[in-house]
Design a protein around this ligand. Structure first.
Ligand code: DAT
Ligand code: MG
Length: 138
């Protein structure tokens, strides 16, 4: 059993995709452990994306992720990290397969609907940025 962190970005919330995305994860047999609607402070956005600091798209990324409500969640299941990444699709929607979230709903790499942790270590770092232990209830 593995836990991962995934988050619907402001474009996904704006396009009313929260229900659709949660359904895709649950239909795949993954379990929802925590979910909320919130808005990211600049500090938390910089913490989430600290590995991208200094990259050309970093400022744009932080501006975007703080531009509106987001829906962070914790998901549990066998191989949850890689299965969530598979359901999300490739980082650049132009490379993402149809049937994946990004392939179906995104057009630009800078606005690609969802975030997903890339490893168990990343998930363990990212989850506490958004949730206290007593919020992990699923
Ligand atoms: P992922 O979100 O698939 O883990 P990543 O960690 O490499 O991808 O990058 C984090 C986010 O940064 C990504 O979801 C969108 C943005 N991003 C990545 N590469 C970019 C680029 N070349 N131009 C603009 N935004 C980019
Ligand atoms: Mg990443």
């Amino acid at each position: 059993m593995e836990r991962t962190f995934t988050m619907i970005k402001p474009d996904g919330v704006k396009k009313a995709l929260v229900g659709e995305i949660v359904k895709r994860y649950q239909d795949a047999g993954l379990q929802l452990v925590a979910l909320k609607l919130t808005r990211l402070s600049r500090d938390k956005a910089e913490e989430l994306y600290s590995v991208h600091q200094g990259k050309p798209f970093y400022m744009e990324l932080v501006d975007f992720i703080t531009s509106g409500p987001v829906a962070p969640m914790v998901i549990e299941g066998d191989n949850a990290v890689s299965r969530v990444r598979d359901i999300m699709g490739a980082t650049n929607p132009k490379d993402a397969d149809k049937g994946t979230i990004r392939g179906d709903f995104a057009e630009e790499v800078s606005e690609n609907i969802v975030h997903g942790a890339d490893s168990v270590e990343s998930a363990n770092r990212e989850i506490p940025i958004f949730f206290n232990d007593d919020e992990l209830v699923g």
